[in-house]
Design a protein around this ligand. Structure first.
Ligand SMILES: Nc1nc2c(ncn2[C@@H]2O[C@H](COP(=O)(O)OP(=O)(O)OP(=O)(O)O)[C@@H](O)[C@H]2O)c(=O)[nH]1
Ligand SMILES: [Mg+2]
Length: 227
């Protein structure tokens, strides 16, 4: 029996998302627009074992604050569509910059796989990345890839299937913001957990966003808008 899966590819601009997307979906692609805006939306499908996988290629973003339309599109897709698996395409040659987004995705409670792309360039620059160590600390699978040479695609699909099968909820990453901030987060979390919004988004994530004065999240609370 065919099982359906929805996955999303996210990552910094130029990290190789579309290359991975093409490797996964080949010619099974369709291009449209995100609802209400003229930003291109690419979706495609692929088959793997018993799975029929729908893949969305999200706009490239450095973070998931709400400063740009691209960030809002990527973030809304992840929190509202709740893809079964989110694949974070990370440029292995720019780990520090790229992992900022990874941490934000983990805080959102996404079921994440880190695709460590551009391993050829990282290797060329002499970087040696301890994949197991990285995977241990992030609490996610880490798949090394060279997407431009179609390397790592099968391993990625294998991890997607494995993660989708596991019924264990994503552990999420809990960053300790220090006592003062944590106290405020806790107070807000209590209030938020009584609101309808907390059914859609993780309460802790909402609390952090409110403290950051994130415009979109603040607006949602003001409007009492839960749909
Ligand atoms: N050396 C190397 N180049 C790669 C690799 N993967 C992708 N590229 C190249 O990197 C460039 C950017 O790749 P894209 O797939 O367009 O990146 P993207 O993340 O979709 O970019 P945006 O949509 O603009 O955010 C292209 O020239 C790719 O051929 C890789 O593993 N190694
Ligand atoms: Mg692209």
């Amino acid at each position: 029996m065919t099982k359906k899966l929805n996955i999303a590819l996210v990552g910094n601009p130029n990290s190789g998302k579309t290359t991975v997307f093409n490797n996964l979906t080949g010619t099974h692609q369709y291009v449209g627009n995100w609802p209400g805006v003229t930003v291109e939306k690419k979706e495609g499908t692929c088959r793997y074992q018993d799975y029929q996988i729908t893949v969305a290629d999200l706009p490239g973003v450095y973070s998931l604050t709400a400063y740009s339309l691209d960030e809002i599109i990527a973030r809304d897709f992840i929190v509202e569509e709740k893809p079964d698996v989110v694949v974070d395409i990370v440029d292995a040659g720019n780990l520090e910059r790229n992992l900022y987004l990874t941490v934000q995705l983990l805080e959102m409670g996404a079921r994440l796989i880190v695709a460590l792309n551009m391993m050829d360039e990282a290797g060329g620059r002499g970087y040696r990345i301890d994949l197991e160590h990285l995977s241990y600390h992030l609490g996610t699978p880490v798949v090394p890839m060279v997407a431009s040479r179609n390397r790592g695609t099968q391993e990625l699909l294998g991890q997607i299937a494995r993660i989708a099968e596991s019924r264990v909820p994503p552990s999420g990453l809990r960053i300790d913001y220090g006592r003062e901030v944590e106290e405020e987060i806790e107070k807000l979390e209590d209030l938020i957990s009584q609101s309808a919004l907390s059914r859609l988004y993780p309460a802790r994530w909402l609390a952090v966003k409110l403290l950051e004065e994130d415009e979109e999240v603040t607006k949602k609370f003001k409007e009492g808008n839960v749909d």
